[in-house]
Design a binder for this molecule. Structure first.
Ligand SMILES: [Zn+2]
Length: 348
């Protein structure tokens, strides 16, 4: 995810809760809590939806002892004597679903996810293959990633401290499903590009959107090509998802997974479109000025200040996503050179 310096056309009506087990009531029967994350993005928002017979938890936080303690504190303090009834994860990323296994086991409740996200969660619960399979190594080699960068990146993946088991059963959410939780009806709106089948929840009557990572107010979500699906065009899927979200009501209260609850959905959609348009221009100009460049070189131009091995993984995936979008749009072309690397040039 990259910080963006766009002017704030958004309205933030609420002070956020601290990541200490306190909650803020966003609307009657909707609580907002924060879970800490030991990284530069230092928190994730989680939401609790009340029905007469119990609560649905939306997203879980990371698989850490601190977050488990906070959930126990919240359950003991803020649930008005009602039980936890269900856990719903917007998508499989480990800040969102890392405690799905523990929460569903502890409270003996079902997990709700889309099919695409659930199976990604199952995959993500397995340690990465060691050594890296050839098909995956080829992806990084073709991208022009030097071995000196690839080796520490693989080490970082293997040393992932947040690897969590996945629940072995789930209840499937599909786009268009309507969930009745208390007095509210929530329609499942699918987003793609950041993850394969990301569930947002939209309450039409109250104009509230539980947005997950689809519409963050101040950062653009990571949209990346990965070694598992090297020919994907996730930015096209992401931009089409923005179009779908743009159809929701202008005064929708957006409950994002990071940063603050806000109004200004249409302005935010437009900012994100413009952000990617600028990135397409930047990457396109780089390719024009540097014919036969690799994705790794384009990444260094897009993100000159990458630090950690994980930054390289995310940054490379984002650079390839922009190159792929330009390639599928017919703006640039790609050839495999004699060293087994893809190089990019502007279409004449
Ligand atoms: Zn995510």
């Amino acid at each position: 995810m990259a910080p963006d310096s766009l002017p704030a056309a958004l309205d933030y009506p609420l002070e956020p809760p601290l990541a200490d087990g306190s909650v803020v009531e966003v609307a009657p029967g909707i609580l907002w809590a924060r879970m800490p994350m030991p990284m530069s993005l230092d928190h994730i928002n989680v939401y609790l939806l009340r029905a007469d017979d119990g609560w649905t938890l939306v997203d879980t936080g990371l698989n850490t002892e601190a977050v488990r303690r906070l959930w126990l504190h919240i359950a003991a303090t803020h649930l008005e004597g009602l039980p936890v009834k269900a856990v719903l994860c917007t998508h499989y990323h480990y800040d969102h679903a890392g405690l799905a296994h523990w929460l569903t086991g502890h409270f003996k409740v079902p997990l709700y996810m889309t099919h695409g996200e659930y199976y990604m969660l199952r995959m993500a619960s397995l340690p990465p293959s060691d050594p890296m399979p050839d098909a995956h190594r080829d992806f990084f080699t073709r991208a022009g990633m030097p071995d000196a960068v690839m080796a520490p990146m693989m080490e970082a993946l293997h040393a992932d401290p947040f690897l969590a088991p996945a629940p072995l059963a789930f209840r499937r959410l599909r786009g268009g499903d309507v969930l009745e939780i208390g007095a509210r009806r929530w329609r499942v709106v699918i987003g793609e590009g950041h993850s394969p089948e990301h569930a947002c929840l939209y309450c039409e009557d109250d104009r509230i959107l539980v947005a997950g990572d689809q519409l963050l107010p101040r950062i653009s979500s990571n949209v990346a090509v990965t070694c598992v699906e090297p020919e994907a065009n996730p930015l096209q899927l992401w931009l089409e998802s923005l179009d779908r979200l743009d159809e929701l009501a202008a005064d929708t209260l957006v409950l994002p997974s990071h940063q603050r609850v806000y109004r200004g959905l249409h302005a935010r959609v437009q900012q994100l479109r413009e952000h990617h348009a600028r990135e397409f221009d930047k990457v396109g100009a780089y390719v024009r000025e540097n014919p036969d460049c690799t994705a790794f070189e384009a990444m260094m131009c897009m993100f000159p200040k990458l630090r950690s091995p994980m930054d390289h993984l995310l940054g490379l995936g984002e650079a390839i996503a922009h190159l792929s979008w330009l390639r599928y749009a017919g703006t640039i072309r790609r050839v495999l050179d004699d060293d087994g690397r893809y190089t990019f040039s502007i279409m004449k």
